[in-house]
Design a protein around this ligand. Structure first.
Ligand SMILES: [Zn+2]
Ligand SMILES: [Zn+2]
Length: 117
């Protein structure tokens, strides 16, 4: 019985570490940070160890994929297709005046229509 409690405690500890990691990574990628961190804790409690390890594997498979850029305002990472930083909410893209596509703040011309920024 005492061993079970230690196992559960250890599993919960791993789950919490996974939850913190998933929360931060999901924010960066504009995924759902609450869903993934809650999933990690619940998974760790329902299936000790296995659940805590299964959630990050599932998360890595299903998380939005893309290149990570650094926000010029707060220096934190965000996934490249976002127009606003998920951490500080400031715009990280500017809109092309001709075709209204988004481009990087430091771009000198629009990658879609070649209009000079
Ligand atoms: Zn930012
Ligand atoms: Zn354009």
């Amino acid at each position: 019985m005492k061993n079970n409690l230690i196992m559960l405690g250890l599993s919960l500890g791993i789950s919490i570490l996974v939850a913190i990691w998933a929360y931060r990574d999901a924010r960066t990628r504009d995924s759902n940070p609450f869903l993934w961190s809650a999933g990690a804790v619940i998974g760790g409690l329902m299936l000790p160890f296995l659940g805590a390890l299964l959630v990050p594997v599932l998360y890595i498979i299903f998380r939005p994929k893309g290149h990570l850029n650094t926000c010029p305002h707060c220096n934190r990472k965000y996934i490249n297709y976002l127009a606003f930083c998920p951490h500080c909410g400031k715009p990280v893209k500017k809109e092309c005046l001709r075709c209204h596509e988004n481009m990087e703040l430091d771009a000198t011309e629009c990658p879609y229509c070649r209009m000079k920024a």
